[in-house]
Design a binder for this molecule. Structure first.
Ligand SMILES: Cc1cc2nc3c(=O)[nH]c(=O)nc-3n(C[C@H](O)[C@H](O)[C@H](O)COP(=O)(O)OP(=O)(O)OC[C@H]3O[C@@H](n4cnc5c(N)ncnc54)[C@H](O)[C@@H]3O)c2cc1C
Length: 411
């Protein structure tokens, strides 16, 4: 495709870097500008709460592409620069340094930012949020020597950092308002499995409790909860979810509802503006609903798909969501989707206590989601085949280890 056009990508994260890659792979030879507020090359965030935080994974490994790749593919990388304005009429972006930039097609991939707590004492030293490489580096310094760590929130970030802190030998307490961890993502059944994993590793779990404040002089010394408990803390990690970075879209008058609203081809109501990754609330025809997915695979595949869609190719982004986590000796992959409480039962195939099993979420007799723990021979593929097949399955056969999962997808 020979063109003088310039495609601009706002957000130099995983989705942005993958979109640039996709544009070149699909033969686009116009200008590509990838703008990012951070000063780092685009990088992947999962290691920041796992291998990189634990000092087991090099920084060089987290980058989506090495520095040379951008030059070799004529992708102009503008780092340390925040886009502050978007005028769709004149197709112009405003940058925080005062500069402007025109575009022919625009991709918004600004990701998400950690939700902040609003309770007394949040300004104290020793409180950590985790989103960036720099956040992870600072947290590593804070926990590598041990000490008392209180984690606020029992979602993925909370649990993964709790596991990392235990591996560093810290005393760890997790405080969260829900009765089990990961309740929104997995429901109570598999939430209870993760609670047990952490209990076994000596984490003090305080569920059903809200944090009402932090106490200390300059540094945090205690975390106060709504039952009046004061939990001693040297370090606090706050992982209470993220919010999509929708400011530019709002400024530009694009539809925003739990993220930037896009269709199945990741396009906003403006044909020249697409959105993908954590920020996009995309229509998924498989589910007949808009869903916003805050996971690595969605940024990767959504970025690739958005590149194609910007070129006018037919794109239907209908992948079942996918997520993975590593905590202690538990390696897990999950795929699928259900609205909160939107399943009838969860069945387990294998050895739950021994951390070697599959779990399936069933609705209307069909598998709508599944996960495996440490089943790396077949991994998540059989789960995704069952979801795609959407055939009725007999729970007794699903849990019978003598029945191959592949046979069930055919039934
Ligand atoms: C610590 C951590 C661990 C994770 N672990 C897992 C995991 O194990 N498994 C999993 O599936 N997912 C995991 N995730 C989620 C996954 O990393 C995200 O879904 C993914 O990073 C989203 O990519 P993105 O490109 O949409 O956004 P981001 O990675 O957030 O990138 C967006 C970029 O845009 C920049 N930006 C924002 N606004 C502007 C602007 N106005 N101008 C210019 N630049 C801007 C931001 O600074 C950022 O660099 C993890 C996330 C974190 C933080």
């Amino acid at each position: 495709m020979t063109t003088e056009q310039t495609f601009v990508i706002v957000g130099a994260g995983l989705a942005g870097a993958k979109a640039a890659q996709s544009l070149r792979e699909e033969g686009f030879d116009g200008g590509i500008t990838l703008i990012g507020a951070e000063t780092e090359l685009p990088y992947e965030r999962p290691p920041l709460s796992k291998g990189f935080l634990l000092g087991k994974e090099d920084q060089a490994k987290v980058y989506v592409h090495d520095e040379a790749w951008y030059g070799e593919h004529s992708v102009e990388l503008v780092l340390g620069s925040r886009v502050t304005g978007l005028d769709r009429g004149s197709r112009r972006l405003e940058l925080d340094g005062g500069g402007h930039l025109g575009y022919d097609k625009l991709l918004l991939v600004p990701g998400a930012s950690p939700r902040r707590l609003d309770v007394p004492g949040v300004e104290l030293d020793g409180l950590h949020y985790l989103r960036s490489l720099e956040d992870s580096r600072r947290l590593r310094e804070a926990i590598r020597g041990g000490g008392r760590v209180v984690v606020v929130g029992a979602g993925w970030i909370g649990l993964e950092t709790a596991a990392a802190a235990r591996e560093y030998g810290c005393e760890v307490t997790v405080v969260a308002p829900q009765p089990v961890p990961l309740r929104a993502a997995l429901g109570p059944e598999m939430g209870a499995f993760f609670a047990e994993v952490h209990r076994r590793h000596g984490v003090d779990l305080r569920f059903g409790r809200q944090v009402t404040g932090f106490v200390g002089e300059e540094r945090v010394r205690k975390v106060v909860t709504d039952d009046g408990a004061e939990i001693p803390a040297d370090v606090v990690i706050v992982g209470v979810g993220v919010q999509p970075n929708v400011e530019l879209a709002v400024l530009a008058g694009l539809a925003v509802d739990n993220g930037i609203v896009v269709d199945a081809s990741l396009r906003t109501e403006d044909p020249d503006v697409h959105a993908a990754g954590d920020v996009a609330n995309a229509f998924n025809p498989r589910y007949g609903a808009h869903i916003r997915v805050e996971h690595w695979a969605n940024a990767l595949n959504g970025g690739l798909a958005a590149g194609k869609a910007m070129l006018g190719q037919e794109v239907v982004y209908d992948r079942p969501p996918y997520f993975f986590t590593d905590q202690y000796d538990v390696g897990m992959e999950f795929s699928g989707w259900f609205a909160p409480g939107g399943y009838d039962s969860v069945v387990v195939r294998g050895d739950l206590e021994g951390n070697a099993f599959y779990a399936f979420w069933l609705a209307g007799g069909r598998v709508v989601a599944g996960m495996h723990v440490n089943q790396w021979d077949d991994g998540i593929s059989p789960v995704q085949e069952l979801i795609r097949a959407a055939v009725p399955v007999d729970p007794a056969r699903l849990t019978d280890l003598s029945v191959p999962l592949a046979d069930l997808a055919k039934s």
